[in-house]
Write a protein that binds this ligand. Sequence first.
Ligand code: SF4
Ligand code: SF4
Length: 270
Amino acid sequence: MRIDPRKCVACGNCVAVCPMGAIAIDPVSHRAVVDADECVECYSCYRGMSREHLPPAVVRAIRGIARLARFRFDPEPDVCPTGAFTETELSWPRTLRRAFSDPVVPHESTGLAGRGTEEVKTNDVTGRVRRGEAGFTVEFGRPGIGARFRDIDRVTRALAAAGARFEQANPVTSLMSDPAAGRIREDILGEKVLSAIVELKTPMASVPEILRALRAVAGGVETVICLGVSARCDAGGDTELAEVLRAEGFAFWRGKTNLGLGRPLWGDAA
Ligand code: SF4
Ligand code: SF4
């Protein structure tokens, strides 16, 4: 994203809109500028603010006179008064930033927008996680911090070494040069996104190894990681997963229960 310095009147409205804190008013040029390295191309500024097209020179003059008279002339807080935001044509690998950060842009690899995966929420139909297996969603980043693929790569390589098998229908897996080793392609490691989800599964017996590998590497990354673990319930609605998580010292909340009302399209329906 770019802000046209010829149009910007430095009202500051857009600063609070950016979830990455990537917009600041330059004290020398008196224009809003975007830190391109921090911008994740989420388009919150471009789409989230109304755009007026007032003449910049007139707005600057009125604001200057108002300042001299010790009052302020500010546009409504959700408005860019001069339509200064300018789309930039993105090229690879920067296109990834938008795919992972702009919720209306679908991922090429899965055709889904947002983080590009339904995760295990549709497991009754997709059968990703079978009996005796545990599925993991490892979510990187949040508004305010984001995540770089360099950090995701560090974690996926550690998880692969602990026996993880990465979900094929997942945008991060599609960016791996070597999924068996959890290695993400070199040319995207510097790219930053708002958030990304890694999905994997293991036999239930390997859950402790995965959890320990994640704990060991998580402290060394410059982002936040949220972990979700899933398993199929038995006839009584229970799963051995809860005990495994407690034994490994993880606080455990049962977040979602899929009742299995979808039509199974896979063999292990019993
Ligand atoms: S809202 Fe528009 S005019 Fe105001 S600081 Fe941001 S880009 Fe500049
Ligand atoms: S596209 Fe998103 S991250 Fe980039 S400047 Fe706009 S709001 Fe901030």
